[in-house]
Write a protein that binds this ligand. Structure first.
Ligand SMILES: [Zn+2]
Ligand SMILES: [Zn+2]
Length: 222
């Protein structure tokens, strides 16, 4: 990537191209119960010690010197759940030959668990675009219209087009960060699904059609 204007504070942001990390994790490879439906079954005893190398947007997995899989950290990749007590997290992804896959990964310590889960999520963050005008409303950036970045899609947007502050746990943002209207609406739509009660940061609807039954909503509309 090119040289960035000094005005942009990059200190709190890690870009996927900068991430590199390696270590080992135990893996449970599932048996496929139903190939059409892609349902998976994990045998709790069956852990394989694997080496992992995270580099940019790929995660290489090898065991006994043999490459097992190069996992693409793309839009299909997701950390499905994290069990901090047992140091286990489950990931889903789509392989190069286009089949969906799930693995259970177990870290060797709480420290390693935290590193792997946060690095993997950070590597899913979009790089920030550096446009001269807002990618939503096309307003030119300048003294009065400042450039901001949506933490979900990375686009350059003005403050009017990014009025939403929310957590993005799937990208490792646990504090409120700015997102654009498009991403905010998409997130609100997703979180209004059947599991909304379980969602750690259930979104209040902007349209006001969902009563504020919980005050733990972590999305703010300015
Ligand atoms: Zn705008
Ligand atoms: Zn966005």
């Amino acid at each position: 990537m090119g040289i960035l204007p000094s005005k942009i504070d990059r200190s709190s942001v890690t870009f996927q191209s900068e991430l590199a990390f390696e270590g080992s994790l135990d893996v449970q490879f599932p048996s496929i119960l139903d190939n059409a439906e892609r349902s998976f079954s994990f045998d709790e005893k069956d852990w394989v010690h694997c080496k992992f190398k995270l580099q940019g947007s790929t995660l290489e997995c090898s065991a006994s010197g043999e490459m097992i899989e190069t996992v693409l950290l793309d839009k299909n990749f997701e950390v499905l759940n994290e069990q901090g007590n047992s140091l286990i997290f489950t990931v889903k992804f789509v392989t190069k030959d286009n089949t969906s896959q799930q693995w259970k990964l177990r870290a060797s310590s709480a420290d390693e668990f935290l590193k792997w889960t946060s690095f993997v999520k950070q590597s899913l963050r979009a790089e920030w675009s550096l446009k001269d005008s807002c990618e939503c409303c096309k307003s030119k950036f300048g003294v009065f219209t400042r450039r901001h970045h949506c933490r979900a899609c990375g686009r350059s947007v003005c403050s009017d087009c990014s009025p939403i502050m929310t957590t993005l746990p799937h990208l490792g943002y646990s504090a409120l960060v700015r997102v654009c209207k498009t991403c905010g609406d998409m997130l609100a739509h997703k979180r209004k699904g059947p599991q909304e009660g379980n969602s750690p940061n259930y979104t209040q609807s902007k349209r006001g059609n969902s009563p504020t039954k919980q005050n733990k909503a972590k999305t703010n509309y300015k």
